[in-house]
Design a protein around this ligand. Structure first.
Ligand SMILES: Cc1cc2nc3c(=O)[nH]c(=O)nc-3n(C[C@H](O)[C@H](O)[C@H](O)COP(=O)(O)O)c2cc1C
Length: 375
């Protein structure tokens, strides 16, 4: 006879069935995730092979933000950090590269602005320090700089704002391209990534092409990989990371902002071009409009020549990115940010951001293969 405390045999069987079902489900789930991870690894293998990183996720160079701490954190988390040289002199760049190398043994890149008056010296500094990848930003890079980088054993990466320029850059010998859409933070071109990707990705197969601008989630990165991209570059999300040295008020502004708050600079008068920069609207952006209006008035009154007026407009933002990033003056400084700022809801460590992006891409692949299953 069965004692009163024994569970009925059918209950036992049921519990056993449920446990067996759960175990089978867990096994299927982990097999599906491993398969999805392997697929993602294949999709961005041209990018990871080129960069030498675990994931083909670059942390785009950001002046004042992309220094040793952020760059090493991105590379240590399996991404690919890029130091922003900005206006640094060669000695200062050498110091920053050495400091970054002391914080990571993984590869990282250095972004040089082609207008820098000492571009050749900066390239020499990178090569002497055995930097593996040099990104040339700010217009079509000079041929000799590309050749010097390659002859020195490093890889040259350049930005392609249109297909014709992408083809020209490939002919000039660049080893990889970045196509950056107008959704991005900082200096921008006129075309969105959605359109630029369709214009460039099907036609450039000989070098890896990385996409940038407006990327805040792994599903979006996956969709560009499937269109032929080798990887993705993000700036805005990393600017608000825990390791970013940006002022707490700068990061708080990113957490608060919506996509529509990241606006491209507005040009008031067609005679006086304004360099398009995307950033958060604030008192500084409103003052810039007033400043343009006042400058145009002074030009019309004969107080300024056309050239003087143009310079007056261009000088308005001098020093203002530092003011926002380092001093935390987010009301008057230049709070450069892309539209992906709307997807930032907290300050997160870099490793968590990268893990989240990868998981979102993997989840999307798992869901696609198992539409009926709740994985
Ligand atoms: C605050 C800030 C500063 C930036 N500074 C630079 C720079 O100095 N050089 C550069 O090539 N790109 C710069 N960028 C662009 C980034 O490298 C990256 O391509 C861009 O942020 C990608 O788009 P996302 O902002 O939508 O992620 C900057 C972007 C931001 C947000």
């Amino acid at each position: 006879m069965m004692d009163d405390f024994s569970p009925p045999p059918e209950g036992n069987e049921q519990a056993h069935d449920t446990a067996a079902h759960d175990a089978a489900h867990d096994t299927a789930r982990s097999a599906a995730r491993s398969a999805a991870r392997a697929r993602l690894d294949r999709l961005w293998s041209a990018g990871t092979g080129f960069l030498g990183s675990r994931y083909a996720i670059l942390g785009g160079a950001m002046s004042w933000v992309s220094e040793r701490n952020l760059v090493s954190a991105i590379s240590n988390a399996g991404g690919f950090g890029v130091l922003a040289c900005g206006a640094m002199e060669p000695d200062r760049l050498a110091e920053e590269i050495a400091a970054t190398q002391a914080m990571t043994s993984r590869p990282f890149g250095v972004n040089l602005i082609t207008m820098h008056p000492r571009l050749d010296d900066l390239v020499r500094v990178c090569l002497a320090a055995k930097v593996t990848h040099v990104v040339l930003a700010g217009g079509i890079p000079p041929g000799p700089a590309i050749r010097a980088i390659k002859d020195g054993g490093a890889r040259a990466i350049a930005f392609a704002p249109a297909l014709v320029l992408a083809k020209r850059l490939v002919r000039m010998g660049v080893d990889a391209l970045v196509i950056e859409g107008a959704e991005a933070g900082g200096h921008i071109g006129p075309v969105s990534l959605t359109v630029l990707a369709q214009e460039v990705l099907p036609f450039i197969r000989s070098v890896p092409v990385f996409v940038a601008g407006g990327l805040g989630r792994g599903e979006a990165i996956l969709s560009y990989l499937e269109q032929g991209a080798a990887g993705a570059q993000l700036g805005t999300r990393f600017a608000a990371s825990a390791e970013s040295i940006a002022h707490d008020r700068f990061k708080a502004a990113f957490v608060r902002a919506n996509a529509r708050d990241a606006v491209a600079s507005i040009q008031l008068d067609e005679r006086f071009p304004v360099i398009p920069v995307r950033g958060l609207t604030n008192e500084g952006t409103r003052a810039f409009l007033r400043h343009q209006g006042e400058t145009v008035r002074r030009f019309l009154d004969g107080e300024f020549t056309r050239e003087q007026a143009q310079l007056e407009i261009e000088h308005f933002w001098a020093g203002s990115l530092r003011r926002a990033v380092i001093d935390g003056d987010v009301e008057n400084g230049s709070v450069m940010a892309g539209q992906s700022v709307g997807m930032i809801s907290a300050v997160q460590p870099v490793a968590a951001i990268i893990a989240e992006l990868v998981e979102q891409a993997v989840d999307a692949l798992v869901r696609r293969d198992n539409p009926a299953e709740e994985m």
